[in-house]
Design a protein around this ligand. Structure first.
Ligand SMILES: CC(=O)SCCNC(=O)CCNC(=O)[C@H](O)C(C)(C)COP(=O)(O)OP(=O)(O)OC[C@H]1O[C@@H](n2cnc3c(N)ncnc32)[C@H](O)[C@@H]1OP(=O)(O)O
Ligand SMILES: CC(C)C(=O)C(=O)O
Length: 803
C-alpha cells in the first residue's frame, strides 16, 4: 500500500500541553544528571538473543569501569538467567560499595516476591516497579479504569514497602524505590501526577537525599517532539508535591530519532536522572544513548562523571555482548565520525590543527587554558582514545589539504602549497580511476613512487650514491686584488646510478643544487632550473634531519617563461645534511621530469674538457669494471689517459681506455698478459700477535720464486708492508686505503684501493696505485697493496739478475 496523500486520516497529531509560563527554554544545563544504565535490562530485553550470564558479567564490568553508580541489571522475575545473574553479583561480591543495583518488576505480587528474593543479601538496591497508565494501555492491555490503575499501583507499592522493610531487617539492605507510570508521555499529565502522588503516599517514606522516591517518566514510545516531552516533565516537576523528596528520572526512547534532544530538553525542564543504554540499544529504535548524552555534556565543558577515554574498548564489549554493530555515523562512536573525506573539510581541519598548535603554544606561555577549536571536529578524538590518523581519509571528493595532512602525519613532510596541489592531482587520478577510498598506505606509497622517496624500493632512474661538494673562488674574485672576501663557486662531484649503472658526474654552480643541475646538464642532457625551493627540519636534537622541496622547470626556457611555465616537476629529499637533502630533492624532481625518456650514453671525450674529462674517465671505469675509483686514483689515471690521448691524436676509444686502465694497474688482465713482476701472498693467515698487533704469515711469491714470509703490524696492510720491508731496500708507506663492495648477495666482492709511496735514499720519492678484488676483504686489501708495489720498481735485497 502506498503512503497516504493525506496521512491525517490515519494519524492523529500529539496534543500540545497548554503549559503556561514554561521555564525550560531559557535554562542552561550546568551539571550532568545521575545516570542509570539499563543496558542489562531494557537493552537486554530488546535483543534477539538476550545475554548469557557470562556476557552480562563482562558488560557489567564495563559499565562499572565507565563510572555508572546506578545500574539496572535485570528483570529477575522474567528468567532464571536474570535471577541467577543478580544472585551471582551479590554472592560473589561483584558490586562496588558505591554502586546501586536496580531491578525491574511489574506490579504483580508473585513477580515482586520473586524479584525481592533475587536481592537477598544485597548491600543496597533500587526496586523499580512499573504499570502502564496511559489510556490505550488502560483500555487495551489492562482493561482497567483510572481508579483501578491507581489502586493497582497503590496495592503493589504497599507490598513492596512491606517486603523491602522485611529484607532490610533481615539483610540490612538499603532500598530505594523507583516507580514508572509506563508510557508517561502518552498519559494525561494530571493522571500521571495522580498515580505518582498515590504511590508516594503508599510508599510512605519518601525523604531527602538517598531517601528520595524516584519517579521515572518514560517516553516509552516517542510520539511527540522533544519540546512536548520537556513540557510534560516541567508540568510534573512543578506540580508534584514535596518535590525535594522526589528524583525525576527520564527514560526517553528514540522512535522519532529525538531521544537525545528529548533527554536534554527534559533535563532543562527539571529531570534529575537519565536512564538509557550505551550507544542507544533498546526496544525498537532504542533507549536514549548515554555515551552520546554524556559526551554532549563533556563538549560543553561539563564533567559527565562517566569515563569514555578508551571508547573503543567499550564499543568492543557492547557490540560483542549485544551482537549488534554500531553505525559508522553514530555520534562519537562510529568509525567515520572523526573522518573527513571532502576537500574543504580536510582543508579546514588541517588549518585548524596548525592554528591551534600556535594558539596553544601562546596559551601555555600565558598560563591560559588550551581550548579546543577545530573546524568540523567538536571533540578532540584523542580524549576518547582515538588517534588523529582516522581524521582525514581520502577519496575522489578530497582535496589537497587532507592529503598533505596525511603526508605530514605519516612521513613528517610539510609539503609546500604548490607541491600539495601537484601531488593532489596524482591522488585524484588514482582515486578517480580506481573509484575507491585511498587508505593512508595508498597515499604514502603513491607519494614514495611519485617522488622516488623512501629507500631502494622506490628508487628512480637516477639515484645519488655519493657526492662531494667543494668550493673554489671564482676566477674573477681569485684574481682580484681587493680585500673583499672572494666569491666562491660550488663544485659537485658525485656518483649517480643511472638506470642501474653507476656514473660519475661533475658540475659547478653558485650553490650545490645548481652545481648538480650543471652536472646533470653536462653528462645526461637533463636541463632544468629551480623555480621554487623550500626546506624544514624534521625531528629534534641529534636526530634532526633536513627535508627539502624543489620545483624544477625546463632550463632551456627563457627565464621569464620558466617563471610562468605551466609544466613543472616537484621533488623531495631528506638527509641529515642540508645540502644532501637539497641534492636528493633535485634528483627526485629530475626523475619525475625525465619519465622514461632515453638518457644519453656515456660520452668519452678525454683530454679536452677539464671540467668533464676526469669524471667521464672514472665513469667509464665504473660502467665497465664496476670500480668506483677514489678521487686520487681518478686523477692519477686521468693523467695516464691524457698522455695516451695526446700520443694518439687527442682522442681515445672507450675500449682502449678500459684496456689502458687494466694494463696500468695490472688489473683483471688475461693470465698471459700479466706483468711478470707480479707478487702474491699465497695461503696467508692473519692472526693476533704480540702487543696487540697482528701477525701475517703466508707464502710470498715474487717473480716466480716462493718463500715463507711473516710480518706484523696494526692490521693486514702494515703487516704486509713489514713482510715487504724484509725483502726490499727503502721504505714503503701506505698513503691511501679505501674499499667498496662490488655486486650484491652471494656474488659480492670487495674492491680495495691502495696508494703506496716508496722512498729510496738518493732517489726521488715515487708513488703508485694498486687495486685488489676478492670475495675476502683481507685478500682484496693485500692484493691491492701488492699490485701497487708492482708499479714502484722497488729494489730487492740480495737479488742478482732479478732472481
Ligand atoms: C516498557 C517495558 O519495557 S516494560 C518491561 C518489559 N519487559 C519484559 O516484559 C521482559 C520480561 N517479561 C517477562 O518475562 C514476562 O512478560 C513476565 C514474566 C514478566 C510475565 O509473563 P506472563 O505472566 O506470561 O505474562 P505476559 O508476558 O503475557 O504479560 C502480560 C500480562 O501481564 C500484565 N502486565 C503487563 N505489564 C504489567 C505490569 N507492569 N504490572 C502488572 N501487570 C502487568 C498484562 O496485563 C497481562 O496480564 P493478563 O495476562 O492478565 O492479561
Ligand atoms: C519499564 C519502563 C520504564 C520502560 O522500560 C519504558 O517505559 O520504556
Amino acid at each position: 500500500m502506498p503512503m497516504l496523500a493525506d496521512p491525517s486520516i490515519k494519524y492523529k497529531p500529539y496534543e500540545p500541553l497548554n503549559l503556561q509560563n514554561r521555564q525550560w527554554p531559557s535554562k542552561v544545563v550546568k551539571k550532568a544528571p545521575i545516570w542509570l544504565s539499563t543496558d542489562l535490562r531494557d537493552g537486554n530485553q530488546a535483543l534477539a538473543n538476550p545475554m548469557t550470564i557470562e556476557q552480562k558479567t563482562i558488560f557489567f564490568k564495563t559499565i562499572i569501569k565507565c563510572g555508572f553508580k546506578e545500574i539496572e541489571v535485570a528483570y529477575p522475575a522474567a528468567s532464571d538467567t536474570d535471577f541467577n545473574f543478580v544472585r551471582q553479583l551479590i554472592e560473589q561480591k561483584q558490586i562496588p560499595d558505591d554502586v546501586w543495583l536496580q531491578v525491574l518488576t511489574p506490579a504483580r505480587e508473585d513477580l515482586i516476591r520473586r524479584t525481592l528474593e533475587s536481592l537477598a543479601g544485597a548491600k543496597q538496591a533500587i526496586v523499580h516497579m512499573y504499570n502502564a497508565t496511559c489510556p490505550c494501555f488502560r483500555e487495551v492491555v489492562f482493561r482497567n479504569s483510572k481508579e483501578e490503575t491507581v489502586a493497582l499501583a497503590i496495592k503493589h507499592t504497599k507490598i513492596l514497602r512491606e517486603l523491602t522493610d522485611e529484607y532490610s531487617a533481615k539483610y540490612g539492605t538499603k532500598f530505594k524505590f523507583e516507580y514508572s507510570p509506563e508510557t508517561f508521555s502518552q498519559t494525561e499529565p494530571d493522571f500521571a501526577l495522580e498515580v505518582c502522588e498515590a504511590v508516594k503516599k503508599a510508599w510512605g517514606k519518601a525523604g531527602l537525599g538517598e531517601e528520595r522516591i524516584i519517579f521515572n517518566l518514560p517516553a516509552t514510545v516517542e510520539i511527540a517532539p522533544p519540546n512536548h516531552y520537556a513540557d510534560q516533565v516541567e508540568y510534573f516537576h512543578s506540580h508534584i508535591s514535596e518535590r525535594e523528596k522526589v528524583a525525576i528520572s527520564l527514560h526517553p526512547h528514540n522512535d522519532r530519532g529525538q531521544g537525545i534532544a528529548a533527554a536534554e530538553l527534559a533535563l532543562l525542564a527539571g529531570g534529575d536522572r537519565v536512564e538509557g543504554c550505551l550507544f542507544g540499544n533498546g526496544e525498537r529504535t532504542g533507549n536514549v544513548d548515554i555515551v552520546n548524552l554524556a559526551l554532549n555534556f563533556y563538549t560543553q565543558g561539563i564533567p559527565p562523571h562517566l569515563d569514555f577515554s578508551d571508547l573503543q574498548s567499550v564499543i568492543d564489549v557492547v557490540t560483542k555482548c549485544n551482537d549488534l554493530p554500531i553505525h559508522p555515523r553514530h555520534p562519537y562512536a562510529g568509525e567515520l565520525v572523526f573522518t573527513a573525506f571532502s576537500g574543504s573539510h580536510q582543508d579546514a581541519v588541517k588549518k585548524g590543527f596548525e592554528a591551534q598548535r600556535i594558539r596553544h603554544a601562546e596559551n601555555i606561555k600565558k598560563g591560559e587554558n588550551q581550548y579546543w577549536d577545530i573546524p568540523y571536529l567538536p571533540i578532540d578524538p584523542a580524549d576518547l582514545g582515538c588517534t588523529y590518523e582516522a581524521v582525514i581519509r581520502v577519496n575522489a571528493q578530497s582535496g589537497k589539504g587532507g592529503i598533505a595532512y596525511l603526508i605530514q602525519q605519516h612521513l613528517g613532510l610539510d609539503l609546500p602549497r604548490k607541491m600539495q596541489v601537484s601531488f593532489y592531482q596524482v591522488i585524484q587520478a588514482i582515486a578517480d580511476r580506481e573509484a575507491r577510498e585511498m587508505r593512508v598506505d595508498d597515499i604514502t606509497t603513491a607519494f614514495r613512487n611519485t617522488y622516488k622517496f623512501g629507500g631502494s624500493k622506490y628508487e628512480g632512474r637516477l639515484v645519488l650514491k655519493s657526492f662531494k661538494v667543494s668550493s673554489e673562488p671564482t676566477v674573477d674574485s681569485a684574481q682580484g686584488e681587493t680585500d673583499e672576501p672572494a666569491d666562491e663557486r660550488r663544485l659537485f662531484d658525485g656518483s649517480v646510478s643511472v638506470d642501474g649503472v653507476l656514473r660519475v658526474i661533475r658540475g659547478d654552480g653558485n650553490g650545490p643544487l645548481s652545481a648538480l643541475l650543471d652536472a646533470l646538464r653536462t653528462h645526461l642532457e637533463c636541463d632544468f632550473v629551480i623555480r621554487e625551493y623550500s626546506e624544514h627540519s624534521i625531528g629534534e636534537g641529534s636526530n634532526v634531519r633536513a627535508a627539502s622541496y624543489v620545483e624544477l622547470v625546463r632550463g632551456d626556457q627563457a627565464v621569464k617563461d620558466a617563471r610562468t611555465s605551466t609544466e613543472s616537476w616537484w621533488g623531495v629529499g631528506v638527509d641529515s645534511d642540508i645540502a644532501g637533502s637539497g641534492l636528493r630533492a633535485v634528483l627526485s624532481a629530475v626523475n619525475n621530469a625525465i619519465g622514461d625518456r632515453a638518457l644519453p650514453e656515456l660520452k668519452l671525450n678525454v683530454g679536452f674538457n677539464a671540467k668533464s674529462g676526469q669524471a667521464d674517465v672514472a665513469s667509464a671505469i665504473l660502467n665497465s669494471l664496476y670500480l668506483e675509483l677514489p678521487r686520487g686514483l681518478q686523477a692519477s689515471f686521468f693523467e695516464v689517459v691524457q698522455r695516451a690521448a695526446r700520443a694518439t691524436g687527442e682522442s681515445i676509444s672507450y675500449t682502449d681506455l678500459i684496456k689502458l686502465f687494466q694494463e696500468t694497474y695490472n688489473y683483471d688482465l688475461p693470465e698471459a698478459t700479466r706483468k711478470a713482476t707480479e707478487i702474491s701472498l699465497e695461503r696467508f693467515k692473519l692472526q693476533d700477535g704480540e702487543n696487540g698487533k697482528k701477525q701475517l704469515t703466508g707464502t710470498l711469491v715474487w717473480n716466480g720464486k716462493s718463500k715463507e714470509a711473516s710480518g706484523s703490524g696494526v692490521g693486514p696492510l702494515s703487516s704486509l708492508v713489514d713482510i715487504l720491508h724484509k725483502e726490499i731496500e727503502g721504505i714503503l708507506t701506505c698513503k691511501h686505503y679505501s674499499e667498496h663492495s662490488v655486486s650484491e648477495g652471494t656474488e659480492v666482492q670487495a674492491a680495495s684501493y691502495v696508494e703506496l709511496s716508496y722512498e729510496l735514499p738518493g732517489q726521488a720519492k715515487k708513488s703508485s696505485w694498486g687495486i685488489g678484488l676478492d670475495t675476502d676483504i683481507t685478500a682484496s686489501m693485500l692484493k691491492a697493496l701488492l699490485s701497487s708495489v708492482v708499479g714502484l720498481d722497488v729494489v730487492r735485497k740480495n737479488v742478482v739478475n732479478g732472481q
